[in-house]
Design a protein around this ligand. Structure first.
Ligand code: HEC
Length: 182
């Protein structure tokens, strides 16, 4: 094989390499995905409450005064079982993870009860009105960010009102339930 033939072979090899390189560049330029400006499709899901028709959805904006009119202390006592892991309800009952809740309606928030309340609860101040209890029990961490009460809340309006009516009954001086027409 003379050097001329060797040159031809090397030339062919080099040429092939060049073509492969150029095609790969070209392919990259063509096929590199451009980032989309906005998502190709949007997922729009209508929020539905559990078992919820429009009637129930509307009910969630009911004021507590209205809800308490149909609340049941008996049902509230049953529903409050889910609080009993952390709270006692009877007069002079011991504190558990949370404070004893006897006579809580109308009482100062985060005070007394021989309980070591969180800084967030103490800082909130004020007293436990029906309205505050309603907000707190809907979403404890929403009403008092940083509260030590590790409880998700009671999403159902009627159940929450039952529990609040029950809490109110646990007192030496239960408060008159508020009425819708003030
Ligand atoms: C996982 C335990 C836990 C559960 C379940 C729980 N709580 Fe609590 N609760 C706490 C703790 C802890 C605190 C004190 C919060 C703080 O200091 O931030 C508290 C505080 C409270 C307070 C404020 C007391 C005060 O003196 O200011 C109320 C009212 C209350 N809980 C009601 C309820 C009700 C009603 C339920 C059931 C629907 C419930 N909690 C379920 C742990 C719990």
């Amino acid at each position: 094989m003379d050097s001329f033939e060797l040159n031809k072979i090397l030339g062919a090899l080099l040429g092939t390499c060049l073509i492969v390189l150029v095609t790969s560049f070209a392919a990259q330029a063509v096929f590199t995905p451009r980032p989309l400006e906005k998502p190709g499709f949007e997922i729009a899901v209508k929020e539905e409450t559990k078992g919820g028709g429009p009637a129930e959805a509307a009910a969630s904006s009911e004021p507590i005064e209205k809800l308490l009119q149909t609340a049941s202390v008996e049902k509230g006592s049953a529903a409050a079982k889910k609080c009993a892991a952390c709270h006692t309800f009877e007069k002079g009952g011991p504190n558990r993870v949370g404070p004893n809740l006897f006579g809580i309606v109308g009482e100062a928030r985060g005070e007394g009860r021989g309980f070591n309340f969180s800084a967030a609860m103490k800082a909130k101040g004020g007293t436990w009105t029906f309205d505050d209890l309603n907000k707190f029990l809907t979403n404890p961490k929403g009403f008092i960010p940083g509260t030590a009460m590790g409880f998700a809340g009671i999403p159902k309006d009627s159940e929450r009102a039952d529990v609040i009516a029950y809490l109110n009954s646990l007192s030496d001086h239960p408060q008159p339930l508020p009425t819708a027409q003030k």
